[in-house]
Design a protein around this ligand. Structure first.
Ligand code: FAD
Length: 423
């Protein structure tokens, strides 16, 4: 036994239902451990805001297995142990001359925790982080090792990647890589909302990755973050004004009052992809620290309508809100990905840590976004009922079937999965 302490998630809003935490150092140890336990959950870096990772019985950590297994230069893939973080992986990959297509706002999270929950960055041509997965090694409920790949398993692979921790313990994950690249980013302040609604497509197409931060006040986007690849012929040329927004004259934080020291370098300074794609730097607190988060994916074609529907709620949101972020993500084929078969735009909320108030506001937002079949982020706070989730995920029944094959007795299920997936 490693630990019996009280365990909390990163934000501290969730105290997990058991303190029983063991760790494994090899695939064989994972197999033995899984065989010995009636119920368990894998804990990643604990960055989810809801109870998706929770267990009443037993946790398993793969932290000691945070290593690169192999780099295949010909196939352009890297295989890593599931609990490696992007912060560990990216500088290593870069030294080999390789890079990932995209990253989330922070590098602190584990690769498999992120891919299991459909975590994403921004960029209308970029899929979420799970779209980089090209193979999984999974220990199922019987303790058997399964290698899952697109070639061998086809549809079954597409069902396994965004697995919500329900299929087993992912011991290794293979990711597609590309040649390393340099990026730079510029921030523009106070872009009028009217410009955004008129020119949404042009704004989203202006750079490799575009993030729009707003507090929904004063009919404006407070900050627009534009990240481009330095060698891209269509690279953003950083005029002094961008659709009415003014180019920032110093580095800024998405929450303007906070120190930009925690953020990746801006002002057009070139740097490696892994030090520009995330907003927040490894080794520093990402975002605000004391916060809650929610996020909804709507079809790209409804983006402007959905943004205006949320903007109408500004007076209800603002007392509890730190900042919102709007991002675009390309469609994919992964069954439980919130971007399944639809180009998407996400509307994200960083809340003050006031759950009693936030839980009242979420259903109001969800009602406004229901006409767009909004899919909530699997790792953030939402109140959408299971029946609605079912109707918004065409492949949910297939996913449940797949879970029953890998885990007939529900060894990897918890209350979150029982309520939202197996209800
Ligand atoms: C400050 C902050 C910023 C964020 N920014 C973004 C963002 O930009 N974009 C975005 O989409 N999300 C974002 N998130 C949400 C969050 O990062 C993800 O949902 C997160 O990646 C989860 O990874 P984790 O390792 O912390 O997983 P955990 O919370 O530890 O676990 C999540 C799930 O994955 C399962 N799991 C983990 N590892 C394994 C494994 N090896 N095998 C099987 N199952 C496993 C767990 O059992 C659980 O079900 C942010 C969160 C924070 C706190």
């Amino acid at each position: 036994m490693d630990s019996h302490e009280t365990l909390k998630n990163w934000a501290g809003n969730i105290e997990y239902s058991t303190g029983e935490l063991d760790s494994a150092n090899s695939v064989e140890q994972v197999q033995e451990f899984v065989k010995s336990q009636p119920r368990l959950k894998v804990l990643g870096t604990r960055h989810c805001f809801n109870r998706i990772a929770d267990s009443k019985n037993q946790f398993l950590s793969l932290k000691e297995m945070d290593r690169v297994v192999s780099v295949d230069k010909t196939e352009r893939t890297v295989t890593v142990a599931g609990q490696m973080t992007y912060g560990q992986l990216c500088p290593y990959l870069d030294r080999y001359g390789f890079a990932l297509q995209n990253l989330a706002s922070l590098p602190h999270i584990s690769v498999m925790g992120a891919c299991s929950t459909g975590t994403h960055g921004s960029g209308e041509k970029n899929g979420n982080l799970s779209t980089a997965v090209s193979g999984l090694q999974l220990v199922n409920a019987a303790g058997e090792v399964m290698e899952v790949s697109p070639k061998k398993d086809g549809e079954r692979f597409l069902g396994s990647v965004v697995g919500l921790g329900a299929l087993g313990v992912v011991t290794n994950v293979t990711l597609d890589v590309r040649p390393s690249y340099q990026m730079h980013q510029y921030v523009y302040e106070n872009l009028p909302l009217s410009e955004l609604t008129r020119h949404f497509d042009q704004i989203e197409a202006a750079a490799y990755s575009v993030s729009l931060f707003t507090d929904w006040q004063k009919q404006r986007i407070n900050e627009v973050w534009l990240k481009s690849v330095v060698d891209d012929k269509k690279k953003f040329d950083a005029p002094a004004e961008f659709f009415g927004g003014k180019r920032a004259t110093k580095n800024v934080h998405p929450i303007a009052e906070l120190s930009a020291e925690n953020c990746t370098e801006q002002m057009g300074v070139p740097g490696p992809w892994y030090d520009r794609l995330p907003h927040f730097r490894m080794g520093f607190t990402p975002s605000a620290g004391k916060e809650l988060q929610s996020e909804y994916f709507v079809p790209r074609k409804n983006a402007v309508e959905a943004i205006l529907a949320v903007e109408k709620l500004r007076d209800q949101l603002s007392p509890h809100l730190l900042i919102s972020e709007i991002r675009a993500i390309a469609a994919d084929d992964l069954w439980l990905s919130p971007c399944y078969k639809r180009d998407s735009v996400t509307i994200h909320f960083t809340w003050k840590p006031e759950w009693d108030a936030v839980r009242q506001v979420l259903p109001v937002i969800e009602r406004e976004l229901a006409p767009f079949q909004a899919r909530p982020h699997w790792g953030k706070l939402f109140t959408v009922p299971a029946a609605e989730l079912y109707s918004r995920y065409e492949r949910m029944a297939d996913f449940v079937q797949l879970c029953r094959q890998c885990d007939p007795q529900g060894k990897f299920r918890n209350d979150f999965l029982n309520a939202n997936i197996f209800a």
